[in-house]
Design a protein around this ligand. Structure first.
Ligand code: 5AD
Ligand code: SF4
Length: 441
């Protein structure tokens, strides 16, 4: 038997890219590839890229610049670009960096075996189609290895919302939900390989409407209840949700379904109706407050997180003050905040009214100071409380294990005989800025 070829994948961006990278590695298995942790001895290097902000996209080109040296030394090395930059700028990448052998978009990576074979023959291979066939179904039959205690599972992909700043509807395409039986089969398979917590992924995960075994469309709540029936699966999460798609059934599930964890990522992006309208968010500040109220009525201890953009075109000091006010009223457990980045091809990129970058930077600092204070207060508030923790791996100190709380905090515990995959009750004794320390109850 010939020696296995080595594949190194570097993943940028969101959790869906993490999931996609695993699928790409599986897809290349039949071509004789095993994954390795370093680019140095790899026969093929794949960059799974992100296009959401300019900085993310630029990282790809600087990484390709670095890889050029490696390729000069080892001309047989194959270099591929996958993901959202590949989708948006595929042909341009090959022009700017002629040493790139292969470009594959997020909807065609099940065709990687053929693309890799083509690249192996010394031809350029490019595929950024939105094909008819279901990539997930094409990939389902590949052999799979044992897994750690947590896994991502994509149930929905793409977006029809067209927020004015966002590339996702163009790079990931229209909203598509996977059928219920396929999701359940994949989840059972993950559990049989050691997974105890599944995070359902979708750009608009709560808009999920997959075909059920009864021929009808099932919403996310119904899917969650069906997943909760799987023995051995202890925890379910889902991300990312849109405020307009938080229906009553899903809100009720947050209160009723024991396996559904009390953490919800619910981006609002901005706090001023004027800016929300210009962003084409199709919800208002008030409707967001009302959704949060309904969620907290169903699940009072829920940890809420969000995404924010500052410096969107035409954002004034008064608009920004409304964002700050919204954050104070909602009180978040964690948040991600960004300076607006103009993305080619999006509606907002065509507009005037760009905010002075220094003003935007100052707003970002002000917002992040408030968000960090809220996060720290939430973490300090955990001290003395008991929470469930799913242990994932050894910590840095001897005998220490690290896991995630129900609320998604990193938790350190020092205890004998705690294996990865153990779910235990932990009393929190200390809180830092990014993690908690606890003892087994
Ligand atoms: N500029 C800045 N932030 C953006 N996001 C999406 N597009 C942009 C952009 N053009 C942020 C949003 C989204 C998160 C994933 O990235 O907050 O929720
Ligand atoms: Fe982008 Fe808006 Fe769709 Fe989220 S809802 S992926 S921000 S267009």
């Amino acid at each position: 038997m010939s020696e296995a070829k080595k594949l190194y994948i570097k993943t940028y961006g969101c959790q869906m890219n993490v999931y996609d990278s695993e699928r790409m590695a599986e897809a290349l298995g039949p071509n004789g590839y095993v994954t390795v942790d370093s680019p140095d001895e790899a026969d093929m290097i794949l960059l799974n890229t992100c296009h959401i902000r300019e900085k993310a996209a630029e990282k790809v080109y600087s990484e390709l610049g670095r890889l050029r040296g490696l390729k000069t030394k080892r001309p047989d090395l194959k270099i591929g670009v996958a993901g959202c930059v590949a989708q948006a700028e595929g042909a341009e990448i090959m022009l700017r960096q002629p040493m790139v052998d292969l470009v594959v978009g997020p909807q065609s990576y099940h065709r990687l075996p053929e693309l890799e074979a083509k690249a192996g023959r010394g031809q350029k291979a490019l595929d950024t189609d939105f094909p008819e066939e279901d990539k997930f179904a094409e990939l389902a039959a590949r052999p799979k290895a044992k897994r750690g205690p947590t896994a991502f599972l994509t149930v929905q992909e793409g977006c029809d919302k067209f927020c004015a700043f966002c590339v996702v509807p163009y790079t990931r395409g229209a909203e598509v939900s996977r059928p219920v039986d396929r999701v359940l089969t994949e989840a059972r398979d993950l559990v049989s390989r050691g997974v105890r917590e599944i995070t359902l992924l979708g750009q608009n995960v709560n808009a999920y409407h997959g075909e059920g075994p009864d021929g009808r469309d099932w919403g996310l709540a119904r899917l969650v209840y069906a997943l909760a029936e799987i023995d051995g699966l202890a925890r379910i999460r889902f991300t990312t949700s849109h405020p307009n798609d938080m229906d009553d059934a899903l809100i009720a599930a947050l209160g009723d379904c024991d396996k559904l964890m009390p953490y919800l990522h619910l981006p609002v992006q901005a706090g001023s109706d004027r800016i929300l309208k210009r962003m084409n968010r199709s919800h208002t500040r008030d409707s967001y407050f009302r959704v949060v109220e309904r969620i907290r009525a169903a699940r009072p201890d829920i940890a809420l997180s969000g995404d924010f953009i500052v410096g969107f075109p035409e954002e004034t000091d008064a608009d920004f003050a409304e964002t700050m006010d919204l954050v104070r009223q909602v009180n978040y457990a964690a948040c991600f905040s960004f300076k607006y980045s103009s993305r080619p091809g999006t509606p907002a990129a065509e507009r005037g009214g760009q905010v002075d970058p220094e003003v935007a930077s100052a707003r970002l600092i002000e917002l992040q100071t408030l968000l960090n204070a809220q996060q720290l207060a939430f973490m300090k508030g955990m001290v003395g409380r008991e929470v469930g923790v799913l242990f994932e791996k050894a910590g840095r100190h001897p005998g220490q294990m690290v896991g995630k709380s129900d609320y998604l905090h990193a938790v350190h515990v020092t205890a004998e005989g705690l294996a990865p995959g153990t779910l235990a009750r932990v009393r929190i004794i200390d809180a830092g800025a990014n993690s908690l320390a606890g003892v087994l109850v």
